[in-house]
Design a protein around this ligand. Structure first.
Ligand code: ADP
Ligand code: XUL
Length: 539
């Protein structure tokens, strides 16, 4: 155990509890990465029997993950860091990221269990009994359509709910998940002392105390007044009794939660002064990690989900698509985002079927096929889609005349899945005012040059990538530095001040004007087919 680090030696830890794994990155005061580590849930914690970090239930709509797995992953990650002799004793502050919308249900007595953590015993043993739900609903869950309609009706319609909370009702948003559990499992609702998000739960583990939800991740619940940046009593009252107490406070993203619990000092050598800053969602953290501060700076995140997002100064919520969140870095600003559920895992399925399970083959097929795919268009809906809201799953392929066909040749299939995903992001992004002047790409698939080239051509702008694809973990480390700087200054220091030394991004792809024209010409046909699928799926 060490006392606090000298200022010049201070390091900042960012954690990212994502769908498929838990990652860590440590940066120094000049934002240089000094250490990285990761735990992959399926591979490293096989006893939880997850696939892609989750359990898909038989109804095809319910998707959960075991919160005990996230708990065990934290010990495992820190054990690995310790074995690597990572400089944990010099970490001055830690913040983090969690997949958005997922909720962790803690029973009465959990707060005490967190406070009493004993460094002699693993977290999973000490916390095994604290969960009111052993299966946490996560963002891939699409089982709450009924609760969504009820909430919109109660709040005066989809647009009114969007005006209030930043989004119309979405199945994965935590408030609708809470409403479902309250109805289906009232005894578990009653037994719950605290409902945390994945982000605030991970912060709670580190602080040994219930950590508050930050305003940015809190915007993904359909429960927060996005302009007032506080819970909406009307939405809370509709959703469940005593919910304000169960949720605790919602706080600015640079809030200090407290010092790290002595469990981490004694077991892993963290300093006693190491601060835990509020955690936030993965997309808000990516916004911080990609330093998106000006309108027109837009990011595409190609992780388990594909998202497109950027900073804006005014909130203009829409009932048809997209989300407005409170900004994670500017207490007066907002971020806008759209999400596609069928992202990396859908590309992987096509890779496995058509490209010999090999990204190199997948990339070669992209290289060898023409932009626009000769007019072929595909919709690959493995799981109910969020944007657009396509609840009917399946693979829908159309030839250059818009006629439905059963299959494409393998190389055309590879191109169709990638082009379809990015045409959808362009189409729906434009609808909510996300018109990029340049794009920063992040997430696992951003390391694939051919995929990034399609992004540049579809949007017609330069695409840059960071030095590492894990922008959520990096953004969390930047936010740790930011929060620590604010705490020491005793005032809000602009986020841009702490980024002054950040390394530049690498230009990864320039748009080809001819290819961009092909996509612009194809977009109306794509939009038509999408409308057709949507009306079929309602029929
Ligand atoms: P998350 O943070 O949502 O757990 P990541 O951002 O770590 O996910 O992305 C993981 C995904 O990255 C994998 O599911 C995989 O499909 C994708 N990926 C990794 N390498 C490549 C590659 N070379 N080409 C395309 N996709 C890749
Ligand atoms: C955002 C969303 C996903 C998750 C997991 O609204 O549902 O992007 O945050 O990445």
């Amino acid at each position: 155990m060490k006392s606090g680090p000298q200022e010049s030696e201070a390091l900042f830890l960012g954690l990212d509890a994502s769908t498929q794994g838990l990652k860590a990155v440590i940066v120094d005061g000049e934002l240089r990465i000094v250490y990285k580590q990761a735990v992959h849930f399926d591979r490293d914690l096989p006893e939880f029997k997850t696939e892609g970090g989750a359990h898909r239930h038989a109804d095809g709509k319910t998707v959960t993950s075991p919160p005990l797995m996230w708990t065990a992953a934290l010990d495992l990650l820190l054990e690995r860091a310790q074995a690597d002799k990572a400089p944990l004793g010099r970490v001055a502050a830690v913040s983090g990221s969690g997949q958005q919308h997922g909720s962790v249900w803690l029973r009465a007595g959990a707060r005490e269990a967190l406070r009493r953590l004993d460094p002699a015993r693993p977290l999973r043993e000490q916390l095994a009994a604290v969960f009111a739900l052993e299966a946490s609903p996560i963002w891939m869950d699409a089982s709450t359509t009924e609760q969504c309609r009820d909430l919109e009706d109660a709040m005066g319609g989809a647009q009114a709910l969007a005006e209030l909370t930043g989004s119309r009702a979405y199945e994965r948003f935590t408030g609708n998940q809470i409403a479902k559990i309250r109805r289906n499992e009232p005894e578990k609702y009653a037994d719950t002392e605290r409902i945390a998000l994945v982000s605030s739960f991970m912060a709670s583990l580190l602080a040994g105390e219930y950590a508050p939800i930050d305003v940015s991740d809190g915007s993904g619940m359909n429960l927060m007044d996005v302009r007032a940046r506080d819970w909406s009593d009307a939405a809370l009252d509709h959703t469940g009794p005593g919910l304000r107490e169960k949720l605790g406070a919602v706080v600015p993203s640079h809030t200090v939660v407290g010092p790290v619990h002595r469990y981490y000092c004694e077991k892993f050598g963290f300093g006693r002064d190491c601060l835990v800053l509020a955690f936030s969602g993965d997309n808000p953290n990516s916004l911080a990690g990609l330093r998106l501060q000006k309108p027109g700076d837009i990011a595409i995140s190609l992780g388990t989900s594909d998202t497109l997002f950027g900073s804006v100064s005014e909130a203009v919520p829409s009932a048809s698509e997209g989300h407005v969140f409170a900004s994670p870095v500017d207490p007066a600003g907002y971020m806008v985002m759209i999400v596609r559920q069928n992202g990396s895992l859908t590309r992987e399925r096509v890779r496995d079927r058509c490209a010999g399970e090999d990204w190199a083959v997948f990339s070669r097929m992209l290289r060898e096929t023409p932009a626009g795919n000769g007019g072929r268009i595909g919709f690959y809906v493995d799981e109910p889609e969020i944007t657009p809201p396509l609840h009917r799953t399946g693979l829908f392929r159309f030839d250059e005349n818009g006629r439905s066909v059963d299959s494409f040749r393998p190389a055309a299939e590879v191109r169709a899945v990638v082009e379809g995903q990015f045409l959808a992001l362009r189409l729906h992004g434009e609808n909510v005012g996300l018109k990029p002047a340049g794009i920063l790409a992040t997430g696992g698939a951003s390391r694939n040059e051919e995929i990034v080239r399609v992004v540049a051509d579809v949007f017609g702008v330069t695409v840059c990538v960071g030095e590492q694809p894990d922008s959520a973990a990096l953004g969390a480390a930047y936010r740790a530095l930011h929060g620590w700087t604010c705490a020491r200054a005793g005032r809000l220091v602009p986020f841009s001040d702490v980024l002054a030394d950040a390394p530049p991004f690498r230009r990864a792809a320039e748009p080809d004007p001819a290819a961009h024209r092909v996509y612009s010409d194809l977009l109306p046909a794509y939009a038509d087919l999408e409308r057709r699928l949507l009306s079929d799926s309602l029929a």
